[in-house]
Write a protein that binds this ligand. Sequence first.
Ligand code: MSP
Length: 646
Amino acid sequence: MTTYITTPIYYVNAQPHLGHAYTTIVADTYSRFRRLCGEKVRFQTGTDEHGDKIVKAAENDHVPPQDYVDKISALFRQTWPLLQVEPDHFIRTTDAEHVAVVQRILQKVYDSGDIYFDEYTGLYCQGCERYLTGKELVDGNCPDHQKPPEEIAEQNYFFRMSRYQQQLLDHIHTHPEFITPERYRNEVLSFLSEPLEDLCISRPKSRLTWGIELPFDDKFVTYVWFDALINYLTGVGYPDGPQFAEYWPVAEHVIAKDILKPHAIYWPTMLLAMGAPLYQKLHVHGYWNIDDTKMSKSIGNVVRPKELVQEYGVDTVRYFLLREMSFGLDSSFSSEAIVARQNADLANDLGNLFSRATAMVRKYRQGKVPAPAQFTEADRELVAGAENMLRDYRQLMAEFLFHRGLQAVWEFVGMANRYIVTNEPWALARDPQNAPRLDTVLYNILECLRLLTLVLQPVMPGAAGRMATSLGLAEDDERICSLDQGGQWNMLPPGTELQAIDNLFPRLDDGGKGAEKDAAAQRKKEKKEPPAVAGATLLPYEHFQLLDLRVAEIVAVEPIKKSTRLLKLTVRAPEERTIVAGIAEHYTADKLIGKQVLIVANLQPVKIMGVSSQGMVLAARTEENGQERLVLSAVSSPVVPGSKVA
Ligand code: MSP
């Protein structure tokens, strides 16, 4: 199997920012994921260097266009290694081979009668570099650039786009995966429900010279979109390069919603006209805003990838962007959000799991991977959890649902952390008779770490490399680089020596800044919007999402010595865990067994009266006749233990 994945080629009138970084990290992660699946991959990005906008930017910079595009294109090229983005090819529309391919295609489409000369009067938006239809305007303005378009009348060449409208519609109807997520497919279908106009594909040299000359009329240059889209073909050697046949039929493009129309309408109709197969998939994502505001130079809130990496490190930046944005929807970037993810998901959940586990192996087994003995039910559950995670991860990443793929991985991180708590290696270590059990538990925890290293390779290649080193594996070892070779249990060779590494994800201290800012923002918000419950603090939805609330079934109850208030509950959610609850004065064991209650499932374990409690049971606290009463939470009818509460 092969994969060809592309990003848009970015205009060189602006320096790389968070939006460019996101799309390119998505494409890089996907290409690494496909490689992890054993596929041959080609990943292409590059720069779009012709057109009015670029000429204006060069004029502002007081340099000739060629010098200007060389400078900014280099800035893009230099940014990608900082983000551990590794394209196989970086294309520029000023490359001689690209110019030749564009001219070849223009001639072909002209010869077949799909390009004609005509006079046109239209509404032209400089920002979009295209004519807008009256319908697209909002209050007379271009919706993206908030300016009225100029009325322009000129003679130009036109591409008979309308001729391919029905063929495109048929293709979209018969290939539901052609444009995803579905909202964008629907947007395109709605656009295609009206007759398409033909596309103006030239600019007279009297107005613009910085472009690719039309091969059949030297008084015109090519419209920048007709030139730019063809980069996807040039990059794989159109029409007869050896890679063209291999990669073009499996092409997948990643873009944001701003350039949906050129990619979903102009491009497929151009391909139909030139007789080339259509690309396979178009993946469309939403926009990053900054603190809920549009990112813009004039507001001065543009986020630069280089600065982000300097501040948070490349692994955190990549993880955050992929985890935080639901692919297809807009998302808001803030330093509080990135620090919160670093501290909760990376430092706390994953980082602690790693350091705890490897420290125990060093302490109890001289830093060598032990050989496992017989598996118990708890071990089999862990293995089943890993298999579920691998299955979900594979499917979700393939569907560009990176945020959900990572959620599945983090559920498994939680499971591994709970496995440590329930199996108490430190208690096993006290009695040499438990040595085989301790070996098994430690081995299984290390297998969790190895599988996590494997699935996190595409997302955080740097951190995964350090995780591999700590497990004593080479960075290119198949057991952490191939889902097929490494995606099973029992792959870590006993006897392997762990290596000491620095803390994987140190906690970020925001010096209380985050809390202060949160509180200030909260106060501001509360003025506008009073809390629903007097005295309660309003939580951002993201904070609520951090809670893992589940339905748990109580299967055993034991008193806790020397305590009149506490009970030790064994619950299933769905795996068994112990929770200490202060309900002894309100419930007897017989009233509790079989009861389904709501629990917080992802609290850090705490020791209460010598018992490790892995979660918290939710109950209502009321007062009756001056006496406190606790009433346990419940679901209105029985559900599968472990069901999520949301
Ligand atoms: N040159 C054209 C694309 C031609 S492709 C044949 C172009 N360039 S661009 O520099 O404006 O890049 C647009 C792309 O940058 C978006 O589609 C998206 O991939 C990325 N982003 C720019 N701003 C963004 C956000 N604020 N949020 C997310 N991605 C954004 O259009």
